[in-house]
Design a protein around this ligand. Structure first.
Ligand SMILES: NC(=O)c1ccc[n+]([C@@H]2O[C@H](COP(=O)([O-])OP(=O)(O)OC[C@H]3O[C@@H](n4cnc5c(N)ncnc54)[C@H](O)[C@@H]3O)[C@@H](O)[C@H]2O)c1
Length: 126
């Protein structure tokens, strides 16, 4: 049932998309969703990046400031450090760093931190 509802929300472009981590992957992704008519919210730990996006500016060369400004002005893109807003989102995409350790194993601590925020705000505990 939930799956069917989610598919409908996506098809109607009414799904509210969360992107956690607004770097080289997350910022273009969130901007693209907003440009396609979705409501996109970026969740960041870096307040400076949040301020830049909400001011309609870009800090990634591949993402035109104009695209961000248009999406922000249209009310379809915004960024926040307040992870409690995850509660209002229908789909969540994690785009945080996964640097390699000296052992060449990926450091998944950023993913775990993002997952903890999702658990805190979106997972009901009985
Ligand atoms: N950049 C690429 O070309 C590329 C290509 C393929 C795969 N990837 C993968 O995509 C993922 C993201 O890479 P990237 O290049 O966008 O990284 P990035 O370092 O450019 O951006 C990551 C962003 O996540 C933010 N962040 C860190 N911890 C956070 C948290 N707990 N909550 C919210 N935001 C947090 C950082 O402040 C940063 O802005 C990585 O797994 C990477 O391996 C990247």
């Amino acid at each position: 049932m939930i799956k069917k509802e989610l598919i409908q929300l996506i098809e109607n472009r009414r799904a509210r998309v969360a992107v956690i981590g607004l770097g080289y992957v997350g910022l273009p992704l969130a901007t693209e969703f907003a440009g396609r008519g979705f409501q996109a919210t970026g969740f960041e730990v870096d307040e400076k990046k949040v301020a830049e996006i909400n001011a309609g500016r870009s800090y990634i060369g591949d993402v035109a400031a104009e695209s961000i400004k248009q999406a922000v002005d249209a009310g379809r893109l915004r960024a926040t450090i307040d992870f409690s807003e995850l509660t209002d989102c229908d789909a969540i995409i994690i785009c945080v760093p996964t640097p390699l350790r000296k052992t060449k194993e990926p450091d998944v601590s950023f993913i775990l931190a993002a997952a903890e925020e999702i658990q805190k705000h979106c997972v009901a505990v009985n």
